[in-house]
Design a protein around this ligand. Structure first.
Ligand code: SAM
Length: 357
């Protein structure tokens, strides 16, 4: 019942897919269908929509507009992608320039990958190359979904057909942990959105339920043989895996920026992972640190858990949290209410070179 109440307050977010349609085309469709643009704070009616104050190209609708949007030609033609506000933060924060080489280490079903691709294509490109995203996914079934989704939204690299160039994503079924950093000497940007407990998800706004990659047993409070609760045990395993992934990312020789995200509300997978990664040998050796608040959506007020980061308040300040639900006001959607989410942005300050471990 609590989740239902939260969901009712959560607006439905759609991201304009600039690989398939322009902002004008989407706005024209909305105007023709009698939708009115209002500010985020004013969003109340079923025929109103608002632009996000935090992420460009992201529109909020009343939850009751969902079926109309899903039935629209605009949705069928992939002009729009159903993607929660919080899930749009990582690619927006990573913000790779047009001609760079990027890795999305854990990609399926691919919403963040296609968002990255759209961001790169929307920028002026000083180099005669369109840049490239290597999108890795280790699971066979999820890899198939990834290919299908990337092709549908126009992000997958294909041979230019009839003068229309394909996207810039090369999807590969691969375990990120088996990649050799030296094989990627010019990768400067990386997205790391690994498997997590999914404890922040109150509503799948992207309507791809079968694509969940979450460990849903995290409410189990029974204990293991060693006396540790099953929840604590699972969180410890996830946390160790997440740290391993970040430390592997830190080894890429030319990497400048890594955005780490989860849809978990547990500090063990969030602030704790970030602090341990910053303390790792790889971080110290290569000069990895956190980007300051000014580069991590400063307008977003909910930052990291200060208690968990006691003594390292700068960590709490530079990361982002989304608290599921948020304050309610009758039937009015709350535009800051989204699925629970966490984002941290690592940047490299030291000397760069080809000496990856
Ligand atoms: N970023 C995706 C999106 O926004 O659509 C969601 C990613 S989901 C949270 C995590 C994905 O990482 C899962 O599909 C999982 O199979 C994959 N994964 C987990 N460990 C991996 C690894 N070592 N290498 C590559 N993919 C991995």
């Amino acid at each position: 019942a609590l989740y239902q109440e939260m969901t009712a307050r959560m607006p439905r977010w759609i991201r304009i897919n600039s690989l398939r349609a322009t902002r004008e085309e989407v706005f024209d469709w909305l105007t023709e269908n009698k939708f009115h643009l209002v500010t985020e704070r004013e969003l109340t009616g079923v025929k109103e929509f608002a632009e996000s104050e935090h992420v460009p190209g992201l529109l909020a609708f009343h939850p009751k507009a969902t079926s109309l949007l899903l039935k629209s030609g605009m949705y069928r033609e992939n002009w729009i992608v159903m993607q929660d506000l919080a899930s749009c933060f990582p690619a927006y924060i990573l913000d790779p320039p047009a001609a760079t080489h990027v890795i999305d280490a854990t990609s399926a079903p691919g919403n963040k990958t296609s968002h990255l691709s759209a961001i790169m294509f929307s920028k002026p490109n000083p180099k005669p190359t369109k840049g490239r995203i290597d999108a890795f996914e280790r699971d066979a079934v999820r890899f198939k979904t990834l290919l299908k989704r990337l092709a549908a939204v126009g992000a997958l690299q294909t041979k230019p057909l009839a003068g229309i160039a394909g996207g810039n994503v090369i999807a590969q079924r691969k375990d990120f942990l088996t990649t050799q950093p030296h094989d990627f000497p010019d990768v400067t940007h990386m997205l790391l959105d690994p498997s997590c407990s999914g404890s922040g998800i109150v509503n799948r706004l992207d309507f791809l339920k079968e694509d969940d990659d979450v460990e849903n047993d995290t409410t189990d409070t029974t204990t293991t043989d060693s006396g540790e609760s099953k929840l604590a045990h699972r969180l410890r395993q996830l946390s160790e895996f997440q740290q391993l992934m970040i430390r592997h990312a830190f080894k890429f020789p030319a990497l400048e920026k890594v955005v780490y995200s989860t849809c978990s509300i547990h500090a063990e997978e969030n602030e704790v992972v970030v602090m341990k990664a910053l303390d790792s040998e790889e971080a110290r050796e290569k000069g990895w640190t956190l980007a300051g608040r000014k580069d991590v959506i400063p307008s977003w007020k909910v930052r990291g858990d200060r208690k968990v980061c006691a003594g390292k308040e700068e960590v709490a300040e530079s990361v982002i949290r989304c608290i599921p639900g948020g304050e309610g006001d009758g039937d009015k959607p709350n535009v800051e209410s989204c699925n629970g989410f966490f984002v941290a942005c690592f940047v490299r300050t030291g000397e760069r070179g080809g000496n990856a471990a």
